[in-house]
Ligand binder design. Sequence first.
Ligand SMILES: Nc1nc2c(ncn2[C@@H]2O[C@H](COP(=O)(O)OP(=O)(O)O)[C@@H](O)[C@H]2O)c(=O)[nH]1
Ligand SMILES: [Mg+2]
Length: 453
Amino acid sequence: MFENLTERLTGIFNRLSSKGRLTDKDIDEALSLVRRSLLEADVNFRVARDFVGRVKERAQGAEVLESLTPGQQVVKIVHDELTALLGGGSSTGSGRAGITLSSQPVSALMLVGLQGSGKTTTAAKLALEQRKQGHRSLLIAADLRRPAAIQQLETLGKQLDIPVYSEDPKSSNAVRVAGNGLARAAELGVNWAIIDTGGRLQIDDELMAELADIGRAVNPHETLLVVDAMTGQDAVNTAEGFHQRVGLTGLVMSKMDGDARGGAALSITSITGVPIKYMGVGERSDGLEVFHADRLASRILAMGDVLTLIERAQEAVDEKKAKEMERKFRQASFDLNDFLDQLQSVKKMGSLDQIMELIPGMGQGGRNKMMAGDLDEGRLRRIEAIIRSMTPEERQRPEIINGSRRRRISRGSGTTPQDINQLLNQFKQTQKLVRQMNRSRNPASLMKIFGGR
Ligand SMILES: Nc1nc2c(ncn2[C@@H]2O[C@H](COP(=O)(O)OP(=O)(O)O)[C@@H](O)[C@H]2O)c(=O)[nH]1
Ligand SMILES: [Mg+2]
């Protein structure tokens, strides 16, 4: 996501951070490079100009924070301003978006956008995302222009086991389908009626009139415009057009997994006033992320998405356990039982590749691939089997494992004594690394522990 911009900005800030003291001229020079990088990323020129103006004002008037170097301080200001630019102003706190149900029994949500922007895909993604929060949806196929559109939604619904409402396109129309679909949603007692609508290649009056009619028929709680992040400033123009005609409550930036330059995401909210609520990050139905302005800002600045990582870790490990683990880590008193727990939480956190992306400094380069390869499923299973074949005492004090114990464990776990030696060595390394980590507090070393090297 936004690799070029990230590369440019980190280059500028690394140079800035290497200076012990910053003059106004240093800041000016750096910021004019920032402005140029933003323009190259296709950010609207006025947005870029105002952005740099705000950063400069704050940087020059900044009080000196003792904990930060002058360069870091500038980066922090840029981060804050990027967050604001992405819609994460003080009113939204951390800038967490997403959708919430209305007070009505059924909340209608209408997806609008140009053809191919990702409406139908997003409809299914949203239904899945809401199901994870315990909310049920009915998908409503109100794109009658292309027969294939109904089919597409029905296929997605079947895959995800989410009901779909549709009518014969020859004898119905979009407004009627939407209205009848909403009534069906009420009968079914679902929380969301998610309406997929038709698109055009460009904004045209007929489409806008149809969407306005659907809006009047269902009174949507959310009207989300799906825009293709790859289309840059065109996405911003599209959003302005739709917002004027149908009144949007939010945006879904689709195809953020592609090589979008960032201009659309960075300009769209400040120009239209409409918040980004979700990002599409893949073709599959699980490729949707709630939009967090501050996290995207961190990602753009390659500060790593530490917050996302922490949140995922918290979901995976229950909190008490995590505290206990932290205490043990600090005292370096953890044993093989803890080691097993850790491995299992890593497994629950998702694919290692994904996790690596979120760690500062780990996103790029081949290193993450190598380490992820180190911890494949087969190896995890072997480690688990070995530890499970140990007695409680052996798990707590692995140093008592002698030749005969080793043979017993290897028979019990269906592994070789070499496998056990390897694990015990790895565990010793881990203990050493934990001690080091306690000194350096570097998250990368935490991952080394999981990677085992
Ligand atoms: N890579 C990627 N592809 C997407 C994303 N969202 C949608 N697509 C793809 O974009 C194409 C058009 O999507 P579709 O939902 O049919 O668009 P619609 O015409 O607006 O309904 C399809 O091939 C989707 O798989 C996304 O977030 N990432
Ligand atoms: Mg569609």
